[in-house]
Design a protein around this ligand. Structure first.
Ligand code: UD1
Ligand code: CA
Length: 455
């Protein structure tokens, strides 16, 4: 019985990116490239996905803690990479493996399905695409009914013939049995010293295995990202595709050329976006929500009818139905705005819940706090949540009124219906419905002369 796995090759250094970050963690519209590859593979392979990591494996593993990894300690090439994963593939009893380069962020489930449909029945199949310029890609060479992939560095026109533009996309399907018998026969490239997975093609032909090159036409979604330039080109391609998809499904997009919506984000029909703005991660914008220009959202949810005004920054925030945010608001992880609540300019929330209809409209910091329904937080109110060692909570009940410029020194509670006088520094709990004033009493002194007369 066929038991199939997917293997993602993600151990390479990505030298051409000139970045300390492993290449597969480079972001494309806010998500690591590798997240895009998982997104395409998951519907087809579920949990039968192995990721081969090596260079800065720790960083890649930490970014995807739920995934299954095998380590390639030395990066000796893509053929060596498959060799490193082979014991795991055998041990798990897989019969076939789809090998995918980890640097193809635009790969889709559809594309993989098309490839797999064509590939099935072969002992080894690989995807090819047609380019005008074969550039640095592995080139497909067909000779006397045999197929081979010759890497650009190793290409020799007198031996391999004129370059045709048909290149290897970096997607392979093969039986584990074939991998077992051919991988030990790989020899390092005389030019680069690397073991190439691509050399398996010629070896398989020589072994009379059923080898197939699956032509995917001119679809350059499968092109790998190797340099900053290629990353930006792919990012722009993906951006346009995503925005076109949003328009087609009924999202109102103003200045669509300036919208950057990530591949994992969900934007519902009937929502309204104005560019420039960025919506990344697993963000969700519901129908009837509006995101104004110059906003940045990641891992945030904006419910029906909520409005995010310009220059707001949201990360890990939840904005409830009909809530208003900004302009110039900052919602940090754990900020939860219940229905019809308001957060205005220069207000920062972190791990703070604003109850239904509650308002914090100006210049506040609310951290580790819960604010009851209908409560008003005056301008300049600060929750002093950190004592230099630990974080403490502030709890404010329903329909309370916190006067402007209040410091709430946590841990502290303000009861429902309480009123805190402006300028107070609250260090003790305020009981329900009490008025609390905690500031020095104003004293007026007669002056001998007016200050401004001095000058
Ligand atoms: C590779 C193919 C080339 C193809 C191109 C398509 C080889 C030898 N060449 O070239 O034919 O046209 O992809 O994009 O395979 N990796 C490891 N371990 C290693 C080396 C690489 O895991 O030791 C991973 C990299 O992280 C990367 C993938 O394998 O995700 C491909 O490696 P890369 O160096 O980008 O190969 P290319 O030169 O692009
Ligand atoms: Ca590549």
């Amino acid at each position: 019985m066929e038991k199939r796995a997917a293997l993602i090759l993600a151990a390479g250094k990505g030298t051409r990116m000139h970045s300390p970050k492993p290449k597969v963690l480079q972001k494309i519209l806010g998500s690591p490239m590798l997240a895009c590859v998982y997104q395409a593979l998951k519907p087809l392979f579920g949990s039968d996905i192995i990721t081969l990591v090596g260079h800065r494996a720790d960083l890649v593993q930490a970014s995807f803690p739920e995934e299954h990894f095998v380590v390639q300690n030395e990066q000796l090439g893509t053929g060596h990479a498959l060799t490193c994963a082979l014991p795991e593939l055998c041990q798990k009893g897989y019969s076939h493996v789809l090998v995918v380069n980890g640097d193809v962020p635009l790969v889709t489930e559809d594309l993989l399905r098309r490839f797999l449909d064509e590939a099935c029945g072969s002992d080894l199949a690989f995807a090819t695409i047609q380019l005008d310029d074969a550039a640095a890609y592995g080139r497909v060479v067909r000779r006397n009914g045999q197929i081979a992939i010759v890497e650009a560095k190793d290409y020799d026109e007198s031996r391999d013939g004129p370059v045709t533009g048909e290149i290897n996309a970096g997607l392979y399907w093969l039986t584990i049995d074939l991998a077992k018998s051919l991988l030990p026969m790989l020899t390092p490239s005389p030019k680069s010293g690397e073991y190439y997975i691509t050399d398996l093609v010629a070896l398989a032909c020589q072994a009379k295995a059923r080898v197939q090159a699956v032509m995917l036409g001119r679809d350059n979604r499968l092109l790998g990202v190797n340099s900053p330039k290629e990353l930006s080109e792919m990012e722009e391609l993906l951006r346009q595709e995503i925005v076109q998809g949003l328009l087609a499904k009924g999202v109102i997009c103003h200045a669509p050329e300036l919208l950057r919506v990530g591949p994992l984000a969900q934007v519902e029909a009937g929502s309204e976006l104005t560019g420039p703005c960025e919506i990344y991660g697993h963000s969700r914008i519901c129908a009837g929500a509006e995101i104004a220009s110059h906003c940045y959202l990641e891992e945030s949810c904006v419910a029906e009818g909520a409005r995010i005004h310009s220059f707001s920054h949201l990360s890990g925030a939840e904005v409830g139905v009909g809530a208003l945010v900004g302009p110039y608001a900052r919602l940090r992880p754990g900020a939860v705005l219940e229905e019809d609540s308001h957060v205005g300019n220069f207000v920062e929330l972190k791990k703070a819940r604003l109850g239904r209809g509650a308002k914090a409209n100006h210049l506040s910091y609310l951290g580790d706090a819960s604010i009851g329904q209908g409560t008003n937080i005056g301008a300049g109110t600060i929750t002093c949540n950190y004592d230099g060692k630990n974080k403490h909570r502030t709890e404010i009940g329903e329909k309370a009124f916190i006067g402007s410029n209040t410091a709430l020194v946590a841990p502290v509670r303000v009861g429902a219906g309480a009123l805190v006088g402006a300028g107070s520094t609250i260090t003790h709990d305020v009981p329900e419905d009490n008025l609390s004033v905690a500031r020095a009493k104003q004293k007026n002194f007669a002056q001998r002369f007016r200050q401004h007369d001095e000058a």
